[in-house]
Write a protein that binds this ligand. Structure first.
Ligand code: GZL
Ligand code: ZN
Length: 312
């Protein structure tokens, strides 16, 4: 059958009460918690039954969840893929069951006919925005940078590293001297930053921290303070997500810049599914959300107040 005929038949079945399976990575960061909160509220608002699965950061749990959604015969699957590889066979199984899959906030290396669309930000651009902020901030002065990477093998960890390196390329006063994963969590961010500080003369030789998300930055800020240094001045701090706690740190002068990532990936995902079910409309393969830089000049206390009740 053509996609349109398939969609029309699905469309004929379309009524409130669609069942959506959501394979969520876990709750490793405030941003992830907010994405889950907003997905639940969007599903509620639109009359969907949401089958939620928390994979605790393990790909095999996500694959098992998708298989169970297929066995249940859900109407659609949302997938936030913890890593970018290893999805072909389970996505093939969903395709054979004619269940549309929408990717949220991370990408996969599978062929794009194995998912309806992917909703997310331009992760490379986020890294470029963070890097460009630092280039402008240090204005030619030498700056030794340490980097806390996200989950190894995840598209944000790969792309945010690439983007930051793009921005600092050609500025040889800027150098990444240490780079290690801290898995997007506060706890690991603190631990890895402690090891960076020890390895770099107690931190005297570190000019800046680039963290792939705010949660790792918040953990690192704690380590910097415990080492007797002033985060935000002795060591500049730039990260990504724009969660409430990073605005609190920026307001306190303990962090300097963050790049916003909206936690509302489900809204555009459900919109694309509804158009597809209604009349077979095929969405773009990538529905891009915006990224915005925030610094101390952007009312951080107000930004904290606006975000603190959004389920982070
Ligand atoms: C990025 C998203 C990342 C967030 C982190 O799109 O996948 O995962 O930046 C989260 O906070 O762990
Ligand atoms: Zn440049």
């Amino acid at each position: 059958t053509t996609v349109a005929a398939l969609a029309l038949s699905a469309g004929a079945a379309l009524a409130e009460g669609e069942t959506i399976g959501f394979s969520q990575i876990g709750s490793e960061s405030g941003w992830r918690a907010a994405e889950t909160t907003l997905t639940r509220s969007q599903a509620e608002e639109r009359g969907y039954q949401l089958q939620f699965s928390d994979a605790q950061q393990r790909q095999e749990n996500q694959i098992a969840a998708i298989r169970s959604f297929v066995a249940q015969g859900v109407d659609a699957i949302l997938l936030a893929p913890v890593v970018a590889t290893g999805w072909d066979s389970v996505l093939q199984e969903a395709a054979e069951a004619e269940i549309p899959v929408v990717l949220l906030d991370r990408q996969v290396d599978s062929a794009d006919d194995l998912y309806l669309t992917a909703v997310g930000s331009d992760l490379v651009h986020e890294g470029e925005v963070a890097g460009q902020w630092l280039v402008d901030e240090v204005a030619g002065e030498p700056c030794r940078i340490v980097e806390l990477q996200g989950t190894t093998g995840s598209s944000p960890a790969i792309d945010r590293k690439t983007g930051f390196e793009n921005a600092i390329a050609g500025h040889d006063n800027l150098e990444i001297v240490r780079s290690q994963t801290a898995d997007f969590t506060r706890a690991r961010g603190k631990e890895v930053m402690e090891s960076f500080l020890q390895a770099e003369g107690g931190g005297a030789d570190i000019c800046a921290l680039y963290a792939h998300n705010d949660d790792m930055a918040v953990g690192a800020i704690q380590a910097i303070k415990e080492a007797g240094l002033a985060p935000g001045t002795d060591i500049l701090v730039v990260s990504i997500d724009a969660v409430p706690d990073i605005f609190q740190a920026i307001a306190a002068g303990e962090a300097n810049a963050t790049v916003e990532l909206t936690p509302n990936m489900a809204g555009p995902a459900f919109d694309a599914l509804e158009a597809y079910w209604a009349d077979g409309t095929m969405p773009e393969k990538f529905i891009q959300t915006e990224s915005k830089l925030y610094t101390a000049a952007d009312d951080p206390q107000g930004e904290y107040d606006r975000r603190k009740d959004l389920g982070y």
